[in-house]
Ligand binder design. Structure first.
Ligand code: HPA
Length: 250
C-alpha cells in the first residue's frame, strides 16, 4: 500500500526523483482535485504526488480545491502527508532564502475558503483538536532526515497563512510578527486543518524564497523568488529522498 503522499507547491509541480507508475483521476464529493494523483516509487518506496497548483501551475492559492485534494489523498488509503510550501521569511532567523523550515504552529489569516468537511450537512456538530496542528512524529522524522542529509533546517516555527494572491503590506507583516508568525505563505490553510479533520498525519516542509514585505531593502521580486524556488526545491528533493525510507519501512 502507498504509505506517504506529497503535496507539491510552487516550484514543485513534478517530482523529478519519483519513478512514475500510474496516474489516477479521482472525483470527490467536493469536486475535482488540482490534478490526477501521480503514483510512483521514491527512494525505493511507494509514494503518491499531487501538485497543489495543478500540473501547469495555473491554480492560484485562494482557488485551490483544498477539500477535494485532501479527500482524494485520504481516499488512496495513505495515512501520512508531506506538504511543500514556499514562504516568505519574517523573523530574523528565517529571512535567508533557501532556508528549510519544519513548522510546528500555524495561524490562519485566510478567509472565504471552503475550510471544513464538517459543515451543516453533518449529522452532528463536530470539532477537532488543533492544539498542535502538525504531526509531531513525522516532524521529528523530517528533522532527523535533514540532519542525516546535512541540510541545515529550522525544526520549528509558526506559519502565518494569508489569503493572497497579492503579497502582504509591510504593516501586515509587522502585525503578523507581533502575532508570533515566523514565516508567511498562502497555502498552509485550510490544508492543515482539513488533513486533521480526516485524521491524516500531516507536516509541512516550508522553503523560504524571499524576505517578507518590509524585511529587505528592495520590494519583493518575482525573478528573485523564482531563482530561490529552484535552488530551494532541489534541497526539498534531497530531504524527501532521505526522509521517505525513514517514514516508510522497506
Ligand atoms: N508572502 C506570502 N506568501 C509567500 C511569500 C510571501 O512573502 N513568499 C512565498 N509565498
Amino acid at each position: 500500500m502507498t504509505a506517504v503522499a506529497i503535496i507539491g507547491g510552487s516550484g514543485l509541480t513534478n517530482l523529478k526523483n519519483l519513478r512514475i507508475s500510474r496516474r489516477e483521476v479521482i472525483r470527490t464529493p467536493y469536486g475535482e482535485p488540482s490534478a490526477p494523483l501521480v503514483y510512483g516509487v521514491l527512494s525505493g518506496r511507494e509514494a503518491v504526488f499531487l501538485p497543489r497548483h495543478g500540473p501547469g501551475h495555473t491554480i492560484p492559492p485562494h482557488e485551490v480545491n483544498y477539500r477535494a485534494n485532501i479527500w482524494a489523498i485520504k481516499h488512496t488509503g495513505v495515512s501520512r502527508v508531506i506538504a511543500i510550501n514556499a514562504v516568505g521569511g519574517i523573523s530574523p532567523d528565517y529571512l535567508l532564502p533557501g532556508t528549510l523550515v519544519i513548522p510546528d504552529q500555524i495561524i490562519d489569516y485566510t478567509y472565504g475558503r471552503a475550510h471544513t468537511f464538517f459543515d451543516s450537512e453533518q449529522k452532528q456538530v463536530t470539532h477537532v483538536d488543533f492544539t498542535d496542528p502538525y504531526c509531531e512524529e513525522l516532524r521529528q522524522t523530517l528533522i532527523d532526515a535533514a540532519r542525516r542529509a546535512r541540510l541545515s533546517t529550522i525544526g520549528h516555527g509558526t506559519y502565518g497563512a494569508t489569503q493572497g494572491p497579492r503579497f502582504e503590506s509591510a504593516s501586515e507583516i509587522r502585525r503578523m510578527e507581533q502575532d508570533g508568525a515566523d514565516i508567511v505563505g498562502m497555502t498552509g490553510m485550510p490544508e492543515a486543518g482539513l488533513a486533521r479533520e480526516l485524521e491524516l498525519c500531516y507536516v509541512s516542509i516550508a522553503v523560504v524564497v524571499n524576505p517578507a514585505a518590509g524585511k529587505a531593502e528592495a520590494a519583493i521580486s518575482i525573478r528573485e523568488i523564482e531563482k530561490n524556488l529552484e535552488s530551494g526545491m532541489s534541497k526539498v528533493r534531497a530531504l524527501l529522498e532521505q526522509a521517505i525510507p525513514l517514514i516508510v519501512q522497506g
